[in-house]
Design a protein around this ligand. Structure first.
Ligand code: GRF
Length: 217
């Protein structure tokens, strides 16, 4: 029997990545969803898939800190093998990052280390970049920082707008994120002494899909 690899997904918004993580889970299971907002569209995907979801809206708490503590406490209680940040818009507290060190990953819409933070598509267009894409990385104490696992890239077309780039990058995200999770769950990708390592089969697949692996940067 395949060992269970339980994943808790943290969201704040529409949750298209959550949907893709649910639909493409072969070696892991999305066992819970935490939202920082009662109205996050992604909560619907969790409900449709009968996945327990927990929502901690800012309006329920006097202070932002209290909201973050409640989310951290819930994540600790759920004790998943991995936390996947999928459009989670709150900065995770240092205690949270430290507690889940090596067990928390994030997806970001740029080719990190370029363009951490918000409005990546706009900034990529302003800078007239020819390449863009998305990255999945382990979370550390920096913003959109931490050991890079894999990236998917595209060429920026002259006619691209923020909207078109956002939708093209999201298509890449919906494949890359579950690919990383399936490989982490089957230990084909792992973190060892702060470095991301890949076995032959993960390397081969990454090559076939045109993914850039963290170590090759
Ligand atoms: C994604 O583009 C992800 O890279 C970023 O937030 C967005 C979330 O989109 N961190 P969705 O809610 O998964 O549709």
């Amino acid at each position: 029997m395949k060992p269970e690899f339980n994943v808790t997904v943290l969201i704040s918004g529409k949750g298209s990545n959550l949907k893709s993580l649910i639909d493409n889970a072969y070696n892991y299971r999305v066992t819970s969803v935490i939202s920082s907002c009662h109205t996050a569209g992604g909560l619907e995907y969790a409900k449709q898939a009968d996945i327990p979801c927990y929502s901690f809206d800012r309006s329920d708490f006097a202070k932002l800190r209290d909201q973050k503590i409640a989310i951290f406490e819930k994540a600790k209680a759920l004790n998943p093998d991995l936390i996947a940040l999928a459009g989670f818009m709150l900065l995770v507290q240092p205690e949270f990052v430290n507690f889940f060190q090596g067990r928390m990953i994030n997806i970001h819409p740029s080719l990190l280390p370029a363009y951490p933070g918000l409005e990546t598509h706009k900034r990529v267009l302003q800078a007239k970049e020819i390449g863009h894409g998305c990255s999945v990385h382990y979370v550390d104490l920096g913003i959109d920082n931490g050991p890079l696992i894999a990236q998917a890239a595209l060429e920026v077309a002259p006619e691209d707008t923020e909207e078109s780039l956002s939708s093209r990058v999201q298509k890449l995200e919906h494949k890359l994120f579950p690919w990383v999770l399936n490989n982490l769950a089957s230990r084909r990708i792992a973190l060892k002494n702060g470095k991301v390592i890949f076995d032959q089969s993960a390397r081969r697949q990454a090559h076939d899909f045109g993914y850039i692996l963290g170590e090759s940067k």
